[in-house]
Design a protein. Structure first.
Length: 160
């Protein structure tokens, strides 16, 4: 179900798209994420860093690791991860195990699979499934239609 972000949330999601574009320019897949406190402060951000061969270097996983090392459990529980694409199962599990709060994403896993399949991108070794099938207690909002064209274009560029 489509999600209409607040102006502040939209700004965080646009930053995720900037990070995804940075990842693409660095020969990584276009994904970017931002961790935001309950008060709206940006705590950490990252982009995909898998080009070096470590396919676990997803930004959502890195933010979960950062949160575990730098935030109290009660602060993690009320933080939000904004991201360009819905978490993969690995990142969903990390998010759940670390006890992070809400996720807001631009494009869903289903959308990403559909787009990448249409572009002829080979499926990965792990099924793309919704966050809540891996971490059922996490509140998830997305996709965000207003930003869909931009992230879809980044994935088109990555496939060419």
């Amino acid at each position: 179900m489509a999600y209409e972000p607040t102006p502040a949330e939209l700004a965080h999601l646009k930053r995720c798209l900037e990070l995804a574009a940075e990842a693409l320019e660095a020969a990584d897949e276009p994904f970017g994420s931002v961790l935001v406190s309950a008060s709206g402060e940006v705590l950490a951000e990252d982009r995909n860093r898998t080009a070096g061969g470590d396919q676990t270097r997803h930004p959502e996983f890195e933010l979960a690791r950062w949160a575990a090392n730098n935030m109290a459990p009660e602060d993690r529980a009320v933080a939000t991860v904004f991201t360009s694409g819905e978490h993969c199962p690995m990142c969903s599990a990390a998010h759940g195990w670390v006890g992070l709060g809400r996720i807001v994403y631009v494009a869903s896993s289903a959308q990403l699979v559909e787009w990448r399949t249409a572009l002829g991108v080979e499926r990965g070794p792990v099924n793309a499934i919704p966050v809540q099938e891996v971490a059922p207690g996490v509140q998830v909002d997305g996709p965000v239609p207003a930003l869909e064209a931009e992230i879809r274009e980044l994935h088109r560029r990555a496939a060419s």
